[in-house]
Design a protein around this ligand. Structure first.
Ligand SMILES: CC(=O)SCCNC(=O)CCNC(=O)[C@H](O)C(C)(C)COP(=O)(O)OP(=O)(O)OC[C@H]1O[C@@H](n2cnc3c(N)ncnc32)[C@H](O)[C@@H]1OP(=O)(O)O
Ligand SMILES: CC(=O)C(=O)O
Length: 537
């Protein structure tokens, strides 16, 4: 029978030691709810001896009634003092949590250099602190700091530190690769030795300084560790902690250990993305299992094969972790990419169709000019709908003008646009907070009388990228505009050597796409359906 592994999440404690990550008490509570829904067994909420935000978290988390065990973090008592009077230990007990993790030294060098005390006193600090937690009825975990480095320098002392914690009643001995410098083979050998010498349950806590935190965790589990500590998306100090979003599916799907119920594992991707939103840290697209590109296929040869059987280029079914397959269309596309994308949009497109070949050539030519459709889903959809349906022009642009001046220290941007909607000429002017905003305002003002819902969309991101840096200010630029509204977010692209023109092209694409979505929201008034050519041909 496969072994159960306890998942100990320390996103809210060790994760916040990552540069740029700062979570409010409210943020922590939201993340705790999400982690609980994922089904992790322990949530380390913070360090009540460190700051009042963490104290607030521990006070408020009780009312959430979570299934996960909430644990508080602290260190062993200070040297030459009593556990009963140690501020950190007292805060932990006062926080009212059922479990606590104490970091304590296991490397003789650290005892001498960081604590500046004797080896005996450190062992006493460990014993007294765990005995104190146990007297207070708590589940107690010993995070044996720098255990692997300590073991390599002085194995007997590192093991003596573990033994002290075990003798005092610690429930888990968690071996920490604090500096992240240990290799998987070393981890396996050392964890195996610990298992043969001690009886308490073993946990593993690794850092990613050699990009080996996940591998080291798996290796420790193979050697007998039964608790894994890590963070969502691998947040943590320096290069981060072991990433639970990779560890959990590796252990469960590849190695056959029980970590989470299968239905909970399917919430892994949404959990990772939720935590990244709250932490305000962009997720790498290529993040294993949960990244946006983890199951994205770009090469034409790959797409052709996955359309026959997705196992040809996917190591697992993306749905097992709540992710999904994506097909990218770019200059590396073949017919299969286009057909797959078109089918996703409900367009009836066949291979060896002249139009399919034309659209591939057109996309390759546009990408050669600097367009990029991977990041501009809406521009690609418009291109495909134009190619494969009778989509009519909703409006045509006759002209636009920009006027900018600085008057009394205030910068003013004004745009004038002249468009034609169904033979009716509309002429509008609008000011904006910069030229792109002015153009956007003027265009909407012209269209709102025909499409009132256009007021519900707004520009949510705007990115400019120079394509040929060597041409300096005469270089072409690519503008990507992201728009949001009508329960949707979409991106469009424009390219020109003039940044205003590139922005205008991206804006026009965004508005055209919005009108398309609006039609869907309205369930298609016959008039608009016909204009957009939503009936396939
Ligand atoms: C590997 C890890 O991730 S361990 C966790 C690291 N995380 C953090 O440090 C974040 C939270 N920390 C804090 O808020 C603060 O550092 C506090 C409240 C814990 C302590 O603050 P201060 O009392 O001002 O001490 P400071 O941070 O300067 O130094 C740490 C002290 O703890 C002592 N100490 C360090 N580790 C241990 C330990 N395992 N057991 C007992 N004492 C320890 C050090 O010797 C040092 O004592 P000294 O001042 O006598 O030299
Ligand atoms: C305890 C801990 O976070 C470490 O040793 O890395």
């Amino acid at each position: 029978m496969s072994a159960n592994i306890s998942i100990f999440d320390t996103t809210l404690r060790d994760g916040t030691q990552g540069e740029g990550i700062s979570l409010s008490a409210d943020d922590k509570l939201k993340i705790a709810l999400k982690l609980d829904a994922l089904g992790v067994h322990y949530i380390e909420g913070g360090n009540p001896g460190s700051n009042s935000k963490d104290i607030e978290f521990f006070q408020r988390v009780k009312s959430l009634g979570l299934n996960a065990r909430i644990t508080a973090f602290g260190s062993t008592r200070r040297k030459n003092s009593l556990a009963e009077q140690d501020a950190s230990l007292l805060r932990i007990v006062e926080s009212g949590v059922p479990a606590a993790t104490l970091v304590g030294k296991a490397w003789d060098f650290h005892v001498h250099t960081a604590l500046q005390t004797s080896l005996e006193e450190n062992l006493a600090m460990i014993f007294d602190s765990f005995a104190f937690l146990k007297r207070n009825g708590m589940e107690a975990m010993y995070d044996a700091e720098h255990f692997f480095d300590g073991y390599k320098h002085n194995p007997e002392y590192a093991l003596a530190a573990l033994r002290k914690a075990q003798d005092a009643g610690a429930d888990w001995l968690v071996l920490c690769d604090t500096n992240g410098g240990t290799l998987p083979s070393e981890i396996h050998e050392i964890v195996s030795r610990v298992r043969s010498e001690l009886t308490a349950s073993i946990g593993i806590h690794t850092h990613n300084d050699c990009e080996l935190a996940v591998a080291n965790t798996l290796s420790a589990v193979q050697a007998g560790a039964r608790q894994v500590q890590g963070t969502i998306n691998g947040y943590g100090e320096r290069c981060g902690n072991a990433n639970l979003c990779s560890i959990i599916p590796n252990l469960q799907i590849k190695m056959g250990y029980n970590c989470l119920p299968d239905e909970k594992l399917r919430t892994l991707t949404s959990t990772a993305r939720y935590v990244s939103e709250i932490a305000n840290v962009h997720m790498p697209v290529g993040q294993a299992y949960v990244g946006n590109a983890a199951f994205a296929h770009k090469g034409g040869i790959h797409v052709s094969a996955i359309m026959k059987d997705s196992k040809t280029y996917e190591h697992i079914q993306p749905e097992l972790v709540g992710n999904k397959q994506r097909i990218l269309v770019s200059e590396l596309a073949g017919q299969s990419n286009i057909i797959s994308k078109a089918h996703e949009l409900g367009l009836d497109v066949n291979s060896n169709n002249e139009k399919t070949k034309q659209i591939i050539d057109q996309i390759k030519e546009l990408e050669h000019q600097g367009y990029q459709f991977e990041g501009a889903d809406a521009s690609l959809e418009l291109l495909l709908r134009e190619a494969f349906t009778d989509m009519k022009e909703i409006f045509t642009v006759e002209s636009f003008k920009m006027h900018m001046e600085k008057s009394n220290g205030v910068m003013i941007s004004e745009a004038i646009v002249k468009i034609n909607v169904d033979g009716q000429q509309v002429y509008t002017a609008a000011e904006g907070n910069g030229p792109v905003n002015a153009l956007d305002n003027a265009l909407r003002k012209a269209l709102v009388q025909f499409y009132p819902k256009i007021e519900q969309i707004h520009l949510s991101d705007y990115k400019v990228r120079v394509i040929d840096e060597k041409d300096a200010t005469a270089a072409k630029v690519r503008v990507l505009v992201e728009s949001t509204g009508l329960d949707n977010t979409w991106s469009t692209v424009g390219v020109s050597s003039n940044v205003i023109e590139a922005s205008w092209e991206a804006l026009l694409g965004s508005i055209r796409y919005a009108l398309l979505s609006m039609d869907k929201v309205n369930n298609g008034s016959p008039d608009i359906t016909e204009r957009l050519g939503l009936i396939n041909h």
